[in-house]
Ligand binder design. Structure first.
Ligand code: HXC
Length: 258
């Protein structure tokens, strides 16, 4: 990969870290930055050292949204030809779990990036908002779809039409974040959470994520069939043999990822 301009990345103890790194612009997402985030997620997805991906923002905020300076002169044809959403669409193809550690402003495209994560740990000062309507536009990277699937039409429509800032407590109440933590403990708590998942057998984690995602789009019966196939597949893995043998032998399992 070319040198990264707008994010920082590292790998430690099974966790692949991606930090948005435009702190002076409150991590406003320009198109190169989105491409860097997605390409790194894909690289981590292929790297056996990485079990879980942890996405966070450097500086004060997670992200104040898509870079308005970059969009101000856009027109429908330039956007069709640029096809920026092809990058965004690839996020949902990432097979490993993605945890978002969010704080302060999680606005617009930043909110959409957060909603593309599998888990969200939010600092108590987090505010989620879709301010697009105040700019004469609307969410374009899945906001109207993902938020509605998560919280239902009533609140999604209200929040997207009013641009209201949703507090972390409300987000937890509506079930689109997993946990609220003190701002100074955000990374520590997120890493603890990531470690819990990183120690599970990776194939089971992978097929569980895939099956649960299917529940969002599939009718129940098709989802059940999908779940069953994945359940059967896991019986071909070494970790199933080790996990069940360890239980019978009353010892801790040693998972290898096979
Ligand atoms: C470009 C941005 C930005 C953005 C902040 N900045 N948000 N630049 N695009 N989305 C820049 C500011 O211009 C400023 O630069 C610096 O970051 C610090 O921001 P301030 O406004 O001075 O900070 P503050 O007063 O604390 O206010 C924070 C804020 C405000 C409330 C978050 O910045 C704001 O309203 N930002 C825009 C939020 C927004 O509308 N997001 C949705 C974008 S549309 P300078 O150079 O002046 O210091 C979108 C569509 C997604 O996301 C579609 C799919 C891709």
């Amino acid at each position: 990969m070319n040198a990264l301009q707008f994010i920082e990345t590292s790998i430690a103890d099974g966790i692949g870290y991606i930090s948005l790194n435009r702190p002076k612009q409150l991590n406003a997402l320009n198109r190169i930055m989105v491409r860097e985030i997605v390409s790194t997620m894909e690289e981590f997805d292929r790297d056996p050292q990485v079990k879980v991906i942890l996405l966070s923002g450097n500086g004060k905020a997670f992200s104040a949204g898509a870079d308005i300076d970059e969009m101000v002169n856009d027109d429908p044809i330039s956007m069709e030809l640029t096809n920026q959403f092809a990058d965004w669409d690839r996020i949902s193809l990432v097979k490993k779990p993605v945890i978002g550690a969010v704080k302060s402003f999680v606005f617009g495209g930043g909110f959409e990036l957060a909603l593309s994560c599998d888990f969200l740990i939010a600092a108590s000062d987090t505010q989620f908002s879709f301010p697009e309507v105040t700019l004469g536009v609307m969410p374009g990277a899945g906001g109207t779809q993902r938020l509605t699937k998560l919280v239902g039409k009533t609140k999604a429509l209200e929040w997207i039409l009013t641009a209201e800032r949703i507090k972390a407590k409300t987000a937890l109440q509506y079930g689109f974040i997993n946990k609220i933590v003190a701002p100074e403990l955000l990374m520590e708590e997120s890493v603890d959470f990531a470690r819990k998942i990183a120690k599970q057998p990776p194939l089971a984690v992978r097929l569980i994520k895939e099956s649960i995602n299917k529940a969002v789009d599939y009718p129940l019966n098709e989802g059940m069939q999908f779940e069953r196939k994945n359940f059967y597949i896991l019986f071909a893995s070494e970790d199933q043999k080790e996990g069940m043998k360890a239980f019978v032998e009353k010892r801790e399992p040693k998972f290898t990822g096979g």
